[in-house]
Design a protein around this ligand. Structure first.
Ligand code: AQP
Length: 328
């Protein structure tokens, strides 16, 4: 085991977590906390969440929901620090310092920025542009060596590495360059528009939350798009359902894939089998989540404890960075 490993990752509290968040992030986080106990920092990135239009009345509920999802999915506060980004003020403070060494051109080239600009045409704010700088601050504050990411975040991580290099070169060594730990094959697509990724900010019918009631899972899957692809291949919607099936019932995924190559796949069978298996797979999750939701004080205390652990490291690194930059 690499004893110097430190891992940082975050998820925005923009609603209940869905299958994409689980298969692309959370599931991997749980494995990492077991592989590297006491070296993982998992953060609810509420400062990032406010870069898109949001309702202030819902922010706290969304943070709480995300914490419930983290804990019910198996994140263990005895092994990993789980905390709220905005409660550790060094995140926004370091982001400001890093802003001053980040070229605007680089930020404008980020794919996520370009996508979000199209999605939120009436809300193109400086925070959206500087989103990756705050993400760099999240990572560098903990001197993270490894960041579990999906394909969509690799570009941001490369920027973080460039910012670290530039800082170290200009002011002196403070930040290690973090390596990506790629989650493979886990890009889950929207049920209704399977060329786009599953996303919390899309219509509710396009995603399945982790605590979704089995009846609702069935109804959502019934309406999932499974148009045939070109030249007799499976279309993106059906492929997406098979990707999810591989997690909850790998044997059935093989069977349905074979049926597909023989031109005998029945999409309604695929959907109903997947609905049953998803309902079973997440039954323990739903149970744990219900139990935790009934003990809000415990959940907030766990977050406070995680925040205190995070603050200890964040404040030491921030002091180091400020001193190198000439602040008293
Ligand atoms: N569809 C997906 N497939 C695989 N991984 C996904 N992730 C998100 N969607 C998928 C992974 O989840 C982590 C955190 O996501 P986030 O909430 O911080 O931001 P996001 O990627 O923008 O997620 P959403 O659901 O699309 O949120 P909104 O709609 O609020 O923007 C990341 O590791 C991401 O790769």
């Amino acid at each position: 085991m690499n004893r110097d490993a430190r891992i940082l990752s975050g998820i925005q509290p923009t609603g209940k977590l869905h299958l994409g968040n689980y298969l692309g992030a959370l599931k991997n986080w749980v494995a990492l906390q077991d592989e590297f106990p006491h070296a993982c920092y998992y953060c609810i990135v509420d400062l990032h969440a406010i870069t898109a239009p949001y309702d202030p009345k819902e922010l706290k509920t969304n943070v709480f929901d995300t914490a419930l999802d983290f804990l019910a999915a198996g994140l263990d506060p005895d092994k990993a620090a789980i905390f709220i980004q905005s409660q550790v003020s060094e995140h926004s403070e370091l982001a400001w310092l890093l802003n001053t060494i980040t070229p605007i051109g680089m930020l404008e080239r980020m794919t996520q920025y370009k996508d979000k600009k199209k999605k939120h045409v009436d809300h193109i704010n400086a925070g959206l542009l500087n989103y990756p700088v705050l993400m760099a601050a999240d990572i560098l504050l903990y001197k993270a060596t490894m960041v579990p990411v999906g394909d969509d975040q690799v570009q941001h991580l490369e920027l973080t590495r460039e910012i670290a290099r530039k800082f170290n070169h200009s002011f002196g060594d403070v930040f290690p360059e973090p390596e990506p730990r790629l989650t493979r094959g886990a890009r889950i697509m929207s049920l209704l528009a399977p060329d786009n990724k599953m996303s919390k900010s899309d219509t509710e019918k396009s995603y399945i939350t982790l605590d979704e009631d089995p009846e609702r899972i069935k109804n959502k899957l019934k309406k999932a798009v499974t148009d045939a692809g070109t030249s007799g291949e499976l279309g993106p919607g059906a492929k997406n359902l098979l990707t999810i099936m591989e997690v909850v019932d790998p044997d059935a995924a093989d069977r349905f894939a074979k049926d597909a190559t023989e031109g005998q796949i029945r999409y309604s069978d695929l959907k109903m089998h997947l609905a049953d298996k998803l309902g079973e797979y997440f039954a323990p999750f739903r149970e744990r989540r219900r139990e935790l939701a009934a003990r809000p004080d415990t959940v907030w205390e766990l977050l406070l404890d995680g925040t205190q652990q995070a603050r200890r490291i964040a404040s030491a690194t921030f002091k180091e960075a400020k001193e190198k930059m000439g602040f008293i």
